[in-house]
Design a protein around this ligand. Structure first.
Ligand SMILES: NC(=O)c1ccc[n+]([C@@H]2O[C@H](COP(=O)([O-])OP(=O)(O)OC[C@H]3O[C@@H](n4cnc5c(N)ncnc54)[C@H](OP(=O)(O)O)[C@@H]3O)[C@@H](O)[C@H]2O)c1
Length: 315
């Protein structure tokens, strides 16, 4: 495993990190096994949220991480009524503190390494987070030693051009951001990453496989072709060649689509690529991508030519 500096936090984080959003309630023992296998391979950052799997993700992580105090845990407070892109903002300092305390209890820790505002989806609500007490409460938790570093994650379905992060990063108030970068949503590479470097903000990349399902996303050639079809239908890509060709993704060979997806992320100056998966077999597959120089310039250029214009996430 290789490690990269997570911006101003100074933390050295594994290039591959684990997104623990799924699997905890469906197969608790399997979930704990995957976490232990990932740690054994050198993964030292795990992303979760109070809202994942009704709290089961944090709870099972708490179990799995007993005796692994050195593993960095990132969790989140969601200041919206739901995960829907148009959900109403309902963030309050009191709810943020209660959520962080509940996370600490479930995680069985006395300190949260990284606390994020979860899925910040518009400039207006981001401003409310900053001015109506949530941000100050994060800083208070930091002063009290209950939280080490603070940040936000974006909501890509609603914000494919990363308006929220571009709005908030110059203020310099956050240590870490969680953002989407993948072969089918490359926009942050030119807009957000330079700002993160300028302000020395750590970057945790989410959805490296475009939050794939088996049907659509960066998990197999048929699923990747289906995702392109959906982009064509949404007019994010032109119809016709090369987008209609069955050999569209051949330029990534010999890598499989998921391996190339992780390689694509790691080819950029990001802190860590956070992949969500269930099962140790997937872990082994994803570990194959940790192999500099990740993707050569010719493949990166072809990926830019083909998909660089996409500015909305479609799943
Ligand atoms: N706004 C936010 O804060 C936010 C939003 C989304 C995600 N996140 C975080 O980011 C993490 C990563 O994003 P994500 O899990 O949504 O999306 P993702 O990592 O892009 O894709 C996850 C999907 O890819 C599949 N997969 C993973 N490795 C594979 C492989 N080698 N071969 C085939 N399929 C593979 C998984 O299937 P299986 O599950 O069947 O293994 C799962 O369906 C999440 O777990 C979460 O922690 C944060």
């Amino acid at each position: 495993m290789r490690y990269r500096r997570l911006g101003r936090t100074g933390l050295e984080v594994s290039e591959l990190s684990y997104g623990a959003a799924r699997g905890a309630s469906e197969d608790p023992a399997g979930f704990v096994r995957v976490v232990h296998a990932a740690i054994a391979e050198g993964v030292n950052l795990i992303d979760t949220a109070g809202g994942y799997d009704g709290g089961e993700s944090e709870k099972r992580l708490g179990e799995a991480l007993t005796g692994h105090d050195d593993v960095i845990v990132e969790t989140k407070y969601c200041p919206y009524e739901s995960y829907a892109p148009d959900a109403t903002f309902n963030g309050t300092p009191r709810a943020l503190r209660a959520s962080a305390q509940e996370s600490l209890r479930r995680l069985r820790r006395d300190r949260i390494d990284i606390l994020l505002g979860h899925g910040m989806r518009s400039i207006a609500t981001m401003d409310r987070f900053m001015t109506e007490g949530c941000y100050e409460e994060m800083l208070r938790l930091k002063q009290e030693g209950l939280v080490r570093f603070v940040g936000v994650s974006e909501l890509s379905e609603a914000d494919g051009e990363h308006e929220v992060l571009r709005h908030i990063l110059p203020g310099g108030g956050f240590d870490v951001v969680m953002l989407t970068i993948n072969l089918l949503l490359q926009t942050a590479v030119g807009s957000v990453l330079p700002l993160c470097h300028e302000h020395d903000v750590g970057t945790v990349v989410m959805m490296p496989l475009n939050q794939a399902s088996r049907e659509s996303g960066l998990v197999s050639v048929p699923a990747a072709l289906e995702c392109v079809r959906r982009h064509v239908a949404a007019r994010n890509l032109p119809a016709g060649p090369p987008y209609a060709s069955e050999d569209l993704w051949d330029f990534l060979r010999p890598y499989s689509i998921p391996e190339a997806g992780v390689r694509y992320v790691l080819a950029h100056e990001v802190g860590t690529c956070c992949v969500g998966f269930r099962g140790e077999e997937r872990l082994r597959e994803n570990l194959q991508a940790i192999d500099p120089p990740y993707l050569d310039e010719a493949r990166l250029e072809r990926a830019r030519e083909l998909f660089g214009r996409i500015a909305r996430q479609v799943r």
